[in-house]
Design a protein around this ligand. Structure first.
Ligand SMILES: C[S@@+](CC[C@H](N)C(=O)[O-])C[C@H]1O[C@@H](n2cnc3c(N)ncnc32)[C@H](O)[C@@H]1O
Length: 279
């Protein structure tokens, strides 16, 4: 049987998805809802998409909502994605923070990975930090705290486990770094505890308040703004600016730009990275 979505059903889900996770789907994206939510028709014993939609109302535990969000979000990620932000972290920012620590100006450096997916971004941040301080024979790695968040329960569970199969582990990770920071468990690779203990994972919808997170020195909010409306991008960039400590830094994805959405940052560049510093 072909489960086709009607225009009316598409517009119900289009609104629902934007309200519940900010993802803005153009009218041309009906196929995406159809493909990504079709398995829920079977799981919830529905014959049409409107029947599925009507089940949301009686879904007191929000389980269906979470499954819709899980199915609709794009979780693509890999180790040291786009490499340049991590080079900038090591070559420009860690030397600054290292000075701040040694002079006593800072005793904690906090970094937020704001849409961390299955954990490759926050763990790559930690590996960059540990590599930098190892080369500089310093113990300052312990001054860093990484908070990683995502809206999706399933990617967070995977991130928290720190366990990856051999295909996933090979995407962007050099074997010498892999062997230093992961150990093999059967056919799987497990991130070492010294990396894991530097990251705390939280479920957070970027539409919700960031107040409980505290202030940050650096925010990575990469490859997620592209899914949102201009209004929501402006809102997120404003609230990240409020959350950054004075002179704090922001990395967004290489195909994303703050220029139309915020006046709160100065644009900086290092090699092939554009990054931002709060004014
Ligand atoms: C393409 S991944 C990017 C992962 C990583 N930042 C990177 O650059 O490799 C986008 C992530 O954003 C998350 N996401 C989508 N909408 C969100 C929202 N409203 N709040 C928090 N996270 C969201 C998705 O669950 C997904 O894991």
């Amino acid at each position: 049987m072909q489960y086709k979505i009607t225009d009316n059903e598409f517009s119900l889900f289009q609104d629902y998805i934007e309200k519940n996770c900010g993802i803005h789907l153009e009218n041309s994206k009906a196929y995406l809802i159809e493909n990504r939510l079709r398995h829920l028709l079977f799981d919830y014993n529905c014959k049409t998409f409107v029947e599925l939609f009507n089940k949301i109302r009686s879904d007191k535990s929000n389980q269906l909502r979470d499954r819709i969000i899980d199915s609709i979000t794009t979780n693509e990620t890999f180790w040291f994605r786009d490499i340049h932000p991590f080079t900038t972290l090591s070559e420009k920012l860690l030397p600054i923070f290292s000075n701040d620590i040694s002079s006593g100006r800072k005793n904690k450096i906090r970094i937020w990975s704001a849409a961390c997916s299955t954990g490759q971004e926050p763990y790559s941040i930690v590996m960059s930090i540990l590599e930098y301080f190892k080369q500089n024979s310093s113990h300052y790695g312990s001054y860093f705290e990484i908070v990683a968040s995502d809206i999706s329960e399933s990617v967070l569970a995977s991130a928290k486990s720190g366990i990856y199969d051999s295909l996933v582990i090979s995407r962007g990770l050099q074997t010498d770094i892999r062997d230093k920071y992961f150990s093999m468990d059967g056919n799987l690779w497990k991130v070492n505890d010294n990396i894991k203990k530097m990251v705390s994972f939280k479920k957070l919808n970027l539409q919700d308040s960031y107040n409980t997170l505290g202030k940050f020195d650096i925010v990575f909010c990469r490859n997620v703004l592209i899914y949102f409306s201009d209004l929501f991008k402006r809102d997120i960039l404003k609230r990240i600016a409020d959350l950054l400590k004075p002179s704090g830094y922001l990395f967004i994805g290489s195909s994303e730009s703050d220029s139309n959405y915020s006046n709160d940052y100065n644009m900086l560049s290092h090699k092939k990275t554009i990054y931002y510093q709060v004014k």
